[in-house]
Design a binder for this molecule. Sequence first.
Ligand code: PMP
Length: 406
Amino acid sequence: MKNTTYEVAKSDEYLDKAKKVIPGGIFGHYKYAIRQTGPKFFSRSEGAYFWDIDDNRYVDLMCGYGPSILGYNHPEVEEAFNSSSKQGNTVSLASPVMVDLATKLVDLVDIADWALFGKNGGDATSLAVMIAREFTGKKKIIKIDDGYHGVAPWMQDKNRPGILSSDNDHVLKVKWNDISSLEELLVKDGHDIACFISSPYDHPVSRDNSMPRPEYWKKLTSLCKQYQVVTIVDDVRAGFRINLRGSNVHFGFDPDMICFGKAIANGHPLAALVGIDDLKQSAERVYFTGTQFFSAPPMAAAIATLDELQKVDAPEKLIQYGEKLNKRLVDVAENKGFKLIASGMPSMPYYRLDGVSFETHIKWIDECVKRGVYMLSYHNHFISLAHSEEDLEFIEAAAKQAFEAL
Ligand code: PMP
């Protein structure tokens, strides 16, 4: 691999253009690309790669922030999407594909007795909380400090622009892995707590990710049961990258509802909420909808995605690949005199350079990006089934040169 770095002049030019017509130029979670010196806009994507508008190719370790689990432009998924599109997209009636997908999820996901659909992960998490409130007649939510569930006001910190402190009135926070604080909250306020919502393990931004302590989830679900608090797993990010039957299966516990999004349709816009039978009537009573919720092609794409994932036992493959990637990067760091920490599930690893400033860590990521490996400094990465052994070689070589450039 030659030690040359990419030019991104067209991306920079387009960013200037974007800033004139889009507040900030790039918004939401994509705006973090602006913090890095790399590409800002893509021109095409295929398998494990995307090309920026300057025509540089990147091995994509972000996978669109998770959706691309089979790789971009997967033939079976695109075929399912396209043939469903020919029959109709958003039509004035629901498509039977919706029923087929709900059936598929009920068969696949251990705890699922029913499924409802939305477009984004935040649809599923908001709906889950409404159902829990309707079911229990209680109002408060317990969430993990720093736990991310989307952008609805109750999910955001009260100090953020546009958020009222009253939006958080009924949101209580506990630290990850802290059962005794959770128990204290339940003893004090359990009579008014509708639900506990959390990702299956802690994957905050700009911090090492952390696994549940042994027995954490078992103790937690049994306490919640005792206080009639509904347990909701937010599997929007980790869903289908740990266990196809629900990430909770890997950690040995049963929640009452699971929220899915991101990878469910390999990049086509779809989210799902699944739950246990006891909550079905409450789920029926809650009013939650959207103009685009009934679009059939993303649902057809989801069936094809889940079929493909099942065929190859995807989570195991993704985890194995992630383990190999982690080892190569950690070893390459060590050879160059650095200590790289890889945390979280290997199928979606977070990397951090230890013992140096965060700026140095950002610089290392930047140098990897400049050499064709798309990574982010603050967020966990994602592996897809399209990532190959050859890509491992490429990533390792780029990472090595990036350390040399520090
Ligand atoms: N929950 C988790 C754990 C997430 O990672 C995200 C998205 N990053 C969401 C919920 C919200 O999903 P969306 O952005 O699709 O609304």
